[in-house]
Design a protein around this ligand. Structure first.
Ligand code: AMP
Length: 181
């Protein structure tokens, strides 16, 4: 079973993704992590990726899909995985190189996202970049939820609260889905 995490930046996707990974024994993958690794290179491609990330822009779909496909080919993912940061658009969701079984939608208000991101302080978490990423989320990524809701794939989670409390909600939903409830 492949679980796709969707939510604005700062909704806790990576924290919850890693907990799902630990508690359900499924690998965690993150396109942000893949691109952060690529950007440490010194070749032209790595530099262009770093520039896009620096600006809070999205990497093009063709490159992103290729990176995801290559990553999946290299590991043992046939039993399923939890993915954070992909797809980022309806187009990516429709051209994904894997089946989207569950879309776990973590909802948090924008004010909480911004507060959490500024506290996290990752290298690309300045206020201009954060606002750009959140607006891209609303324009490009959020429509994925409505698209896949029609196909009955979306599970909504209230992402406001403590890490353990939210994980408990997620744990129960996934357990029910695994058991066919
Ligand atoms: P994240 O760690 O998910 O916040 O991603 C960090 C950055 O990596 C984003 O701001 C984008 O520049 C890039 N990125 C990650 N995932 C994708 C994706 N699925 N499509 C395009 N760009 C992405």
């Amino acid at each position: 079973m492949n679980i796709v995490l969707i939510g604005p930046q700062g909704s806790g996707k990576s924290t919850q993704g890693k907990l799902i990974s630990d508690n359900f024994g499924m690998p965690y993958i993150s396109t942000g992590d893949m691109f952060r690794e690529i950007m440490t290179g010194t070749d032209e491609f790595s530099i262009s990726i770093k520039k896009m990330m620096d600006e809070g822009a999205l990497i093009d779909d063709e490159t992103t899909n290729k990176i995801v496909r290559q990553h999946l080919e290299r590991g043992k993912y046939y039993k399923g995985f939890v993915v954070d940061g992909y797809p980022r658009s309806v187009n990516q969701s429709m051209s994904a190189p894997f089946v989207l079984d569950i879309i776990l939608h973590i909802r948090v208000p924008e004010s909480i996202s911004i507060e959490r991101l500024l506290k996290r302080g990752r290298w690309d978490d300045n206020e201009v970049n954060i606002r750009k990423r959140l607006s891209l989320y609303n324009q490009e990524t959020a429509p994925i939820i409505e698209y896949w809701r029609k196909h009955d794939k979306v599970v909504d989670i209230d992402g406001v609260g403590g890490v353990d409390e939210i994980h408990q909600l997620i744990y129960e939903k996934i357990t029910n889905l695994i058991n066919g409830n």
